[in-house]
Design a protein around this ligand. Structure first.
Ligand code: ADP
Ligand code: MG
Length: 138
């Protein structure tokens, strides 16, 4: 799993019709898309996914947002995928995101920030398994 990471094109970006532009940038950056599908999470699924954040003050807002509409879940492959994908995403807060990053271009706030990415190889494996069966990974 070391060359794999997990990503989400969040509901704000899908609502804005930016999923195609984001996928193009992912391909242009040299990622191989091993899994991809459109899902609409329930609040319970979003709470399970973000369980590590359950004590944070924004947990309710975050899980409500993540279940507010369809999103695209992605299994992405590249050498050093976890870091490469976080570099392409940019900082959590779009006000702090570098030029050329997805969050700089597509995020509107620290909460509605267009994309998710795993923060470690271990979490990438857990997060891919949360949304994809083995048969869905090519
Ligand atoms: P990242 O997505 O960059 O890994 P975190 O893991 O810290 O960031 O937070 C998870 C998600 O929770 C963020 O992407 C964002 O959607 C939301 N979030 C983080 N901090 C805040 C905040 N201060 N207020 C509202 N939402 C937040
Ligand atoms: Mg995180």
């Amino acid at each position: 799993m070391s060359n794999l990471t997990f990503g989400i094109i969040k509901p704000d970006a899908v609502r804005a019709g930016k999923q195609g532009a984001i996928i193009q940038k992912i391909l242009d950056a040299g990622f191989n898309i091993r899994g991809m599908k459109l899902i609409h999470q329930t609040v319970k699924q979003a709470e399970g996914f973000y369980a590590v954040h359950k004590e944070r003050p924004f947990f309710g807002e975050l899980t409500e947002f993540m279940s507010s509409g369809p999103c695209v879940v992605l299994a992405l492959e590249k050498e050093g995928a976890v870091k490469a994908w976080r570099d392409l995403m940019g900082a959590t807060n779009p006000a702090e995101a570098a030029e050329g990053t997805l969050r700089k271009e597509f995020a509107t706030s620290i909460g509605e920030n267009a994309v998710h990415g795993s923060d470690s190889e271990e979490n990438a494996a857990i997060e891919i398994a949360y949304f994809f069966s083995k048969l869905e990974l090519v």
